[in-house]
Write a protein that binds this ligand. Structure first.
Ligand code: SF4
Ligand code: SF4
Length: 429
């Protein structure tokens, strides 16, 4: 691809790549660089920027080559580098912009099979979640899952985000808003809507304790997987629909609650960046992450409990570090007297669905091994990321149980006396 074409397709982000001063600070925190492949300069974070600069200046190496794309795809979008880059380059966004340019030139059909499967993830889990329990179980047997993983390019040992059953919209429709509680809007995203509605049910019950109820406005997938793949046109389409709906809630003065770090990041950072219009910025200002809310409510005494009999390790996920949530989560737990044995900062190697793919699995396991070693014989890990929780369970052979922070609090504070959850929705225990 001629350099000016790459420039045009990457837009502003070509200039961002060109600002790299090649200091290598990003290498020092990059999970895929800090592995056995990192001795090769082209397989490091700094190396990717140097390659992009070269392609932007001279057209060499060819940015449309498979080899070039594979090197860029070693960036798993963890965002750890963003805070250490002295040039202030939004490195994962630059990588995503390159992928968008690649797709812009070669089309979505040029993605390999596992990536195309990921691009259809929302439809897949939505369909499965709506099936009768017996039919879903019939489809999700070990042999069919094994076949699916082989055909779709997922690793045999990866725990996939498969629907537990039920659709959140129906659960929320069945259960009216509680009178006397303040209403916040809930952006559930695909994972809580179709994969694990129990995440949302436990969030709602916990927030009820603080006088808040959750309302589910019309919404679509946040687009995080499309963002990672570089399918920017699809991200923009979803962003416009979500912003239009959520803005109607924001102008009513309602906060918009997210229970996933990926959703918080998409609404706060990605939508305003790619839509670049006022409504998306107003929506971003109304967003509150569930961990921020709970932290405030614990300090205001609106959620209280003595959890001195509880014990856990806290895993500080990449996105919770990026969103500055780790200290809030640890402080919430300690304020409620939970014994937090340690806070582990290591990446688990999941990178969303990236680490579940067979082609990335060995590297993903290598990244996650450091964390697994430090987890030792821990019983419960509090980890704020749905896919990190799955990765921890799979890498430890399910020896270690991983829960989202609000799920752990729900089970400690409320589960013994919680009402029976709605049919076929059982908050994870
Ligand atoms: S976003 Fe993560 S994987 Fe990508 S370059 Fe930065 S540190 Fe490395
Ligand atoms: S930290 Fe920033 S300036 Fe330094 S090599 Fe990485 S991208 Fe370039």
């Amino acid at each position: 691809m001629p350099p000016d074409t790459l420039h045009r397709l990457m837009g502003l982000y070509a200039e961002e790549a060109e600002r790299c001063i090649r200091c290598g600070f990003c290498n020092s925190v990059c999970p895929t660089t800090l592995t056995s492949i990192g001795f090769k300069p082209s397989k490091t974070s700094r190396g990717r920027l140097v390659l992009l600069q070269s392609a932007l200046q001279s057209g060499w190496p060819d940015p449309l080559s498979k080899n070039f794309k594979e090197l860029i795809d070693l960036c798993i979008g963890c965002t750890r580098c963003v805070d250490v880059c002295p040039a202030g380059i939004p490195i994962p966004t630059v990588m995503s912009a390159y992928r968008a340019a690649y797709i812009g030139k070669r089309g979505v059909g040029s993605l390999d099979r596992p990536e195309r499967v990921i691009a259809n993830f929302e439809g897949f889990v939505r369909g499965l979640s709506r099936m009768n329990g017996w039919l879903r179980h019939l489809i999700l047997t070990k042999p069919t899952l094994y076949l699916f993983k082989r055909l779709a390019g997922f690793a045999d040992d990866a725990l996939l985000p498969l629907p537990e059953g039920g659709v959140l919209d129906e659960v929320f429709r069945r259960e009216a808003l509680k009178s006397g509680l303040r209403v916040y809007a809930f952006f559930a995203d695909t994972y809580a809507r179709y994969v694990r509605p129990s995440i949302a049910v436990s969030a709602r019950y916990l927030l009820n304790q603080a006088g808040i109820d959750l309302f589910l406005p019309p919404q679509r997938d946040s687009g995080i997987l499309y963002w990672e793949l570089g399918m920017w046109e699809k991200v923009k389409e979803l962003a416009r629909l979500n912003v239009e709906s959520l803005h109607r809630e924001a102008v009513k003065g309602r906060r918009i609650v997210c229970t996933s770090p990926a959703s918080t990041m998409m609404l706060r950072e990605v939508y305003p960046r790619i839509l670049d219009e006022e409504k998306s910025r107003e929506v971003a200002e109304s967003v509150v992450d569930i961990n921020e809310l709970i932290h405030d409510f614990v300090h205001l005494g609106r959620i209280s409990a003595d959890l001195s009999r509880e014990r856990c390790v806290t895993h500080s996920t990449c996105l919770s570090q990026h969103l500055r949530l780790t200290s809030l989560i640890a402080d919430t737990l300690e304020t409620l007297n939970v014994n937090v044995d340690k806070v582990l900062l290591d990446c688990c190697g999941s990178g969303g669905l990236w680490g579940m793919l067979e082609k990335n699995r060995a590297l993903s396991r290598e990244i996650g091994e450091r964390l697994v070693r430090k987890l030792g014989t821990s019983g419960l890990v509090v980890s704020y990321s749905e896919t990190c929780a799955l990765q921890i369970s799979s890498l430890t052979g399910r020896r270690v149980e991983a829960k989202l922070p609000h799920e752990a609090l729900y089970s400690w504070i409320l589960q013994p006396k919680a009402r029976t959850p709605p049919a076929n929705i059982s908050p994870a225990s």
